[in-house]
Design a protein around this ligand. Sequence first.
Ligand SMILES: *Cc1c(COP(=O)(O)O)cnc(C)c1O
Length: 356
Amino acid sequence: MKKHNFNSGPSILPQEVLEQASQAILNFNNIGLSLLEIGHRTSWFLEVIDEAKALVKELMNLNDDYEVLFLHGGATTQFMQVPMNLLNVHDTAAYCDDGIWGHKAIQEAALFGKLHIAASSKDRNYTYINKEYSIPSHSKYLHITTNNTVEGTQWHQFPKTTVPLVADMSSDIFSRNLNFNQFSLIYAGAQKNMGAAGVNVVVVKKSLLQNLEKPIPAILDYRNHIKANSVLNTPPVFAIYVSLLTLRWIKKEGGLDEMEKRNNRKANLLYQTIDSLPLFHCPINKEDRSKMNAVFFIKDEAIQNEFLETCKENGMVGVKGYRTVGGIRVSMYNALPYKSVEAFCDVAKDFSNKRG
Ligand SMILES: *Cc1c(COP(=O)(O)O)cnc(C)c1O
């Protein structure tokens, strides 16, 4: 039987995406070759890239001011590539310090320019989103992490600012319908909500890339990738193809409005259940709770381990919290069915009745 997959990343993908990806490895589009053995500059593969880019723009409702890129490396690569492409040494970038991923992005950006911490929620262990931010008007951009995968917080309303907004959307991209035009640069590692590990999607407003005064390595320069249509060198072909299949699935299922509806329904059930059971404790500020990654605790650690064991016995994986945070984390990405959340809630109630 298939497991209830609550993994935080790499994580659950739609079953039909997995089947189509397997088929493409054996015989891609019935051309008599595997996807893995065709050139990345063939029309076969360029069609994959073009369709994937068009779908990203269509789902996000973006015009031609924006360019979509599929680049190597996980989101961590973007922690350095963003400031490398946007900052001259005397420039200032503002960052919100809202979780361990955002914190890592800050450390990397400090290598390329001056840093201003616009807001931090470190004082309360990153259990909320600090909306009392200050952004110097001369900042080149403001960087936020839209969903804090590890801590279980999420931005539900975005900073209103005149400086360009840059967002790490690795763990909530395509999970909800937003006005994507408010962002100047969006990046995400694919392996959480849009595909297989090995590729980043970068959506960038082209006008943002005009003022760089220094040379940077060619392979890390966004402008070169734009010119080369994401085939500057050999791209991660399989990971890009899995993203394309997932994007097609999102569109077919009803687009971002439908994803948002499903994700709201799952998150409501999960948080309502946890809040109703005294055994569990969710420390995250209610209005900042993540609809993708719910983080909560059982006070007595011995009982917590027993609960995690019970989840395992009930065919559930990925329920254990991040190593530095501990506790329980339930990730509910697009492809996770409602019935998996129901199954988890049933186990939680049952366990609570026995041990609570
Ligand atoms: C997982 C994650 C990252 C790091 O992704 P890698 O692909 O492992 O580099 C960065 N930011 C966020 C928000 C994440 O969830």
